[in-house]
Structures are given as C-alpha cells and as structure tokens.
Ligand binder design. Structure first.
Ligand SMILES: [Zn+2]
Ligand SMILES: [Zn+2]
Length: 132
C-alpha cells in the first residue's frame, strides 16, 4: 500500500510503498536515535523530498533525519531499495499488524510489548539479513 507522511516540521515529505506490517527494533543505536524502540514500517520505492540529512550509523547502513526539525526519517541498508520508515511519520496511522521485534537481547528490562510478535536477537537478525 502507498503511504504518505511528513516530518514534525513538514519540510520533508515521504511517499512509499509499505509492506503492511509494523516492526520494532530495540538495539542501542535505535534507542539513541529515536529515544526508545524504533517502530518502523518496511517500505520500498520510498521518495523523500526536502532537507534530508544522512548519517552512516554503521557499515552499510544509513539513517536519515530532517535537517530542520531533526525528525528521524529512515533506516536504510545502502544499495538496497528498502527503507525502514518510522510509523509515526505517516499521515494516516494505518492499522498494521505488529509482527516482529529485533535485537530483543538489547531491550532494557523495564518495559516490554505484550503483542505476540516474532522476537529475534541481534545475531538472529544479522543472520536473517545476510541470507536475505
Ligand atoms: Zn522537519
Ligand atoms: Zn535498531
């Protein structure tokens, strides 16, 4: 499904073809980046317009944010068509099934989602990612 959205200040807009699911990442980098679990919708064909700044957060991966307001815009494996886009950016907050949690081994103990998700450790996530 095609979803549209924008950052907090509205300077950056996005249109993307969303895979209809919601996933969370508990890794320490995402936590620094968004302040808590990164709730993302995996998307292809994402088009961002506006003042997008890119930050290479680790080898082969970059994250985007709005140069004006700092809103997190995407997590992106470089060279792929995949963008993990924060759920909160989308204008219509679609009722997507919450499917998966990544880096469950890095989740702080003081909170947990009660939804029945597929939980992967960082190692399991990396293995899945390497094998496609
Ligand atoms: Zn902005
Ligand atoms: Zn993460």
């Amino acid at each position: 499904m095609t979803l549209t959205g924008s950052c907090l200040c509205g300077s950056v807009t996005v249109s993307a073809d969303a895979l209809p699911r919601l996933q969370a990442c508990h890794c320490s980098m995402c936590r620094k980046w968004v302040g808590g679990p990164f709730m993302a919708v995996p998307c292809t064909g994402a088009v961002f317009e506006g003042p997008v700044k890119r930050y290479r957060s680790s080898d082969g991966f970059e994250r985007g944010f709005c140069a004006e307001c700092g809103s997190s815009l995407f997590f992106h494996p470089q060279g792929s068509d995949l963008h993990g886009i924060p759920y909160g950016l989308f204008d219509a907050q679609p009722d997507l099934p919450f499917k998966a949690e990544f880096f469950i081994d890095q989740k702080p103990a003081c909170y947990a989602f009660s939804d029945d998700t597929r939980k992967m450790t960082g190692e399991e996530f990396a293995t899945k990612f390497r094998s496609g």
